[in-house]
Ligand binder design. Structure first.
Ligand code: HDL
Ligand code: ZN
Length: 415
């Protein structure tokens, strides 16, 4: 047992450093799904966060058309030149690439991109995937699986192997927000649904969700909503939530995950890097929770300005679990603030982070960076407890650390 607050701090840091993390939201895919699983130097360097940052500094002669027409290695070369060589790699995404290469044992001080690429070319994904999970100390990562996008549907219909370290989530944005765009695909799949839904359509959407739940065993259903997400209203979205998504979630016993606040296509020229952020109305979520006490909701919001209200809301509803410092909040300054706020109002009843990794290797930096910030916050909180005479045991500290890195999420799933 520790003898003083400094030794306590060391215990806390060790616990954070060694705790196994459950990554509750990513965009990773199984190796059996081929190129859907992105990894390696050029994918790391052309992560859409870095593409957006490239265009904040690139010469105007670099048009979007020219960039998108380039091969990925040429795109990566431009990112490397403008964001790593000509300027300090000080953004979270740029520093993340450096952290990743370094943790993989590559000598980044040499700045030898050719050498880095050569190393990756020698890796085999079957060995590399477990290596990355081990370096990040992640037990499993939850994917984002679309039940209506052609490629992905084909993969699941072939029943291709999915490693234990990857779990499914049913990602159904278009069902909730653009029904007419997916209705024909779902009808083609054998469900009696109409673009202008009738009573039968809602039952069939629920059956579609239940069938896909049986196929991929999702940990939750997920939808990303914009900042103007309204509920209830006379939109089709409200009806689909009330008459298909929530009933199917309740019947399968999984939560409905809402990710709220991404303003789509602020600059469509940037493609997946083109989204912005805006403040959403947390009262919308409040009304959803009031209407559906029978369901469980996982929620993360994109605007920093929504975080305090969301944390207060999580104190009001036991069927709400907040998770992650999503996307534009996944930066040390905001992770620190959000984690303090959540500990101060929720204790350990939240999930402090998700990686949102789109490129496998990112698990290494996203979790490495987060562990350091969360350790600093927890050292403060446990030191305050120590100074008030409380003596948490090492076992209790490890328990609490695991709780905010996935333990509370699993508890919530089993609630
Ligand atoms: O909708 C989402 O799941 C977001 O995370 C987007 O995929 C976004 O592009 C992203 O990767 N954020 O980190
Ligand atoms: Zn995501």
């Amino acid at each position: 047992m520790y003898k003083n607050v400094n030794e306590l701090a060391a215990v806390v840091r060790k616990a954070v450093e060694t705790t196994v993390i459950t990554d509750v939201h990513t965009h990773l895919s199984p190796p059996s799904h081929g190129d859907s699983l992105l990894w390696g130097a050029d994918e790391i360097l052309t992560y859409h966060y870095l593409v957006a940052e490239l265009f904040t500094v690139a010469p105007r002669s670099l048009t979007y058309e020219k960039f998108w027409a380039m091969p990925k290695t040429a795109q990566a070369d431009l990112v490397w030149e403008h964001l790593f060589l000509k300027r300090g790699a000080l953004s979270e995404a740029a520093r993340g690439a450096i952290t990743t290469f370094n943790r993989l044992g590559l000598d980044v001080a040499k700045r030898d991109l050719a050498g880095i690429r050569k190393w990756f070319a020698e890796q085999k994904i079957e060995d590399y995937l477990p290596k990355v999970l081990e370096l990040a100390n992640v037990d499993y990562a939850v994917m984002s699986n679309s039940p209506y996008s052609a490629g992905e549907v084909g993969f699941w219909q072939q029943d291709l192997p999915v490693p234990e370290c990857l779990k499914a989530a049913l990602r159904i944005d278009s069902i909730a927000r653009a029904w007419d765009s997916v209705a024909p695909t779902i009808a083609q799949a054998g469900y009696d649904v109409k673009p202008e839904p009738d009573e039968k359509t809602f039952d069939e959407v629920r059956r579609f969700l239940l069938d896909w739940s049986g196929r991929i065993n999702p940990m939750y259903f997920a939808v990303s909503f914009g900042p103007d997400f309204a509920y209830p209203d006379d939109s089709l979205c409200t009806q689909i939530i009330d008459r298909a998504i929530v009933p199917a979630a309740v019947e399968t016993g999984v939560p409905f995950a809402l990710m709220i606040g991404a303003r789509g296509n602020v600059n469509p020229n940037l493609k997946s890097a083109g989204c912005g952020v805006a403040v959403a109305d947390v009262m919308t979520l409040t009304r959803l929770l009031q209407k559906h006490p029978e369901a469980k909701f996982l929620v993360t919001m994109l605007s920093r300005d929504n975080q305090h209200e969301l944390t207060v809301l999580a104190r009001k509803f036991g069927n709400l679990h907040v998770f992650g410092c999503w996307w534009f909040c996944n930066n040390p300054s905001i992770i620190d603030e959000m984690t303090r706020q959540r500990l101060e109002m929720l204790g350990t009843a939240f999930t402090c982070q998700h990686s949102d990794a789109r490129v496998l290797d990112q698990l290494i930096y996203k979790w490495g960076h987060t562990r350091k910030i969360v350790a600093d916050v927890l050292v403060d909180k446990y030191s305050d407890l120590f100074n008030a005479g409380w003596r948490p045991t090492e076992k209790e500290i490890k328990r609490d650390v695991r709780a905010i890195f996935g333990g509370s999420f699993e508890e919530f799933l089993n609630k």
